[in-house]
Design a protein around this ligand. Structure first.
Ligand code: URA
Ligand code: SF4
Length: 242
């Protein structure tokens, strides 16, 4: 039997041509499940308030608190994990347990603070017993992540772990592509190991540290590219004055 939403939700607005994660139009399947607020007045607060009462998948039944994500609304780096664990479910905040502590260390070593990035997850509610999120749950939740990405417009998205990676690099293997940035749509997406995996497998610790250490250079390159295109635009608008 198909699972039915528990609560009545505000009417779902289906927007044709909703720009998907890749900065391109979404597939018909994504379009159906995207919980899209009115695009012009959407906000991170609006996304969070919908997530907190979201009935769109079965994970709503077992959550204590949904975890919409948190951080700087103007972040240049967005980190996307898998899903809340026990601590996150208790507090309603992302990455506050042991892997969160390690993530904070990784960020600090890369010259970034938690306050300047935005941290969220592929699914916003805790899978019971920390099981893997199911494809249906990831799909049901994808509209929220897309809206967050479109609102924040980060330069760099770091995917943490294979579920987050699969959103951007379907069919790829983390052991093959970790640390390799790829231009996808308007942003650079860098797949990385999940901090929890690195905590449990010592051999991955140095790898994830090295991958995080590439972030400052990626950001500097992005900034330079932005300046160059700004200068080009300025030159163009000045020359068109005469
Ligand atoms: N693991 C995740 O993927 N996300 C969290 O928020 C915490 C642990
Ligand atoms: Fe809604 Fe996502 Fe939570 Fe499922 S995981 S109930 S789709 S917020």
């Amino acid at each position: 039997m198909r699972w039915e939403p528990l609560l009545s939700h505000r009417p779902m607005t289906v927007v044709t041509g909703f720009p998907g994660i890749l900065g391109t139009d979404v597939s018909p399947n994504q379009e159906r499940t995207a919980v899209t607020a009115n695009r012009a007045d959407d906000s991170l607060e609006q996304v969070a308030s919908e997530v907190k009462v979201c009935p769109l998948c079965e994970l709503c039944r077992s959550r204590t608190h949904a975890v919409p994500g948190e951080g700087n609304p103007q972040a240049r780096v967005m980190l996307v994990g898998e899903g809340p664990g026990w601590h996150e479910d208790q507090q309603g905040k992302p990455f506050v347990g042991a892997s969160g502590k390690f993530l904070s260390e990784l960020l600090t070593n890369a010259g970034l603070s938690r306050d300047e990035v935005f941290i969220t997850n592929v699914v916003k509610c805790r899978p019971p017993g920390n099981r893997d999120p199911l494809p249906d749950e990831i799909q049901a939740c994808s509209g929220y992540l897309e809206r967050q990405i479109n609102l924040i417009e980060p330069d760099v998205i770091v995917t943490l772990g294979r579920f987050s990676m699969s959103k951007f690099f379907p069919g790829e293997k983390i052991s093959k592509i970790h640390g390799l940035p790829k231009e996808i749509g308007r942003r650079l997406v860098v797949p990385m190991y999940h901090p929890a995996a690195a905590l449990h497998q010592g051999a991955l610790k140095a790898t994830i540290q090295e991958d995080f250490d590439t972030l400052p250079k990626l950001l500097a390159d992005r900034e330079r590219a932005r300046e160059t295109s700004r200068e080009r635009e300025d030159r163009h608008s000045q020359s068109s004055l005469f």
